[in-house]
Design a protein around this ligand. Sequence first.
Ligand SMILES: NC(=O)c1ccc[n+]([C@@H]2O[C@H](COP(=O)([O-])OP(=O)(O)OC[C@H]3O[C@@H](n4cnc5c(N)ncnc54)[C@H](O)[C@@H]3O)[C@@H](O)[C@H]2O)c1
Length: 281
Amino acid sequence: MMDQNRAKDRVGIGLLGCGTMGGEIAAAVASQAVGNAGIVAVFDEYIDGATRLAGTLQPAPVVCPTMAELLAIPDVSLVVECASPAVIEAHGATILAAGRSLLTLSSGALADTALFDRLTALAAENRCDIVVPSGALGGIDAIRSVQRLLTEVTLTSTKPPVAFSGSPGFAAWEGVEIAEPVVLYEGPARDAVKLFPANVNVAATLSLAGIGPDRTMVRVVADPASPGNVHEIEARGEFGEFTFRMVNRPHVRNPRTSHLAVLSAIETLRSYCERGPRIGT
Ligand SMILES: NC(=O)c1ccc[n+]([C@@H]2O[C@H](COP(=O)([O-])OP(=O)(O)OC[C@H]3O[C@@H](n4cnc5c(N)ncnc54)[C@H](O)[C@@H]3O)[C@@H](O)[C@H]2O)c1
């Protein structure tokens, strides 16, 4: 029999961003794959997208025209953000100051150390959580475990050119036919997330788990023959050496987003919302 004292209260989710990730997360919650949770409210700057998504859910969540209206709903205890790093800059502090926990996919925003420290302090003050899924990467658990022993961490992210279209770091290449692999960027994670905000959130996640955005080195490569969205981590230190390589299929609706990132978000949400064994965390 279930121990009622251990049962966690149902998690009321406010979904911020109703695109590829938001749609998949909402569908997983609706199908009970996440367990003890429900989508209570949705917000997207593209209100038609939010309205359309809400129409597919039962019970239908409230479609909020602003974030303030979403945060005014008492049943929202967790904001699941899948919009953009700019949204975390704009609303992250307000969400936590309102006592709501935050699960964010746009971890690139957290490479801004001042913002990260401010959000961490607000979360502690208001007794809420900041949760960052491992997203399109694997091995984050191992990196976190050896954090103090790391001397070197490098991430190489290789995607087909189309995945970079629209990024500031790709501006010089828009409309240019890329026939061979091109290194678009090489340098610290802190700058990589500004140049490729929709592509290398993983660089920020890796930095936060490891040696920070200034010491984590990132190489961004556009390769027309890339077998998918490929992320390779190399890490060294007193503990030994790690190499992780993820060859991710892009999501069918968004070539920038890997299918693994969607699955990771859903699994992180499940683990946050349900009691039970925690494997590999
Ligand atoms: N951590 C990871 O490994 C990882 C992997 C893939 C994507 N991501 C990030 O997750 C986020 C969502 O990805 P996606 O594939 O669902 O993108 P998407 O483009 O399919 O959807 C984003 C949605 O957010 C909305 N939006 C954007 N800016 C907004 C704003 N200022 N206010 C309100 N709504 C806004 C858009 O209208 C859109 O509906 C992005 O930031 C992306 O970079 C992270």
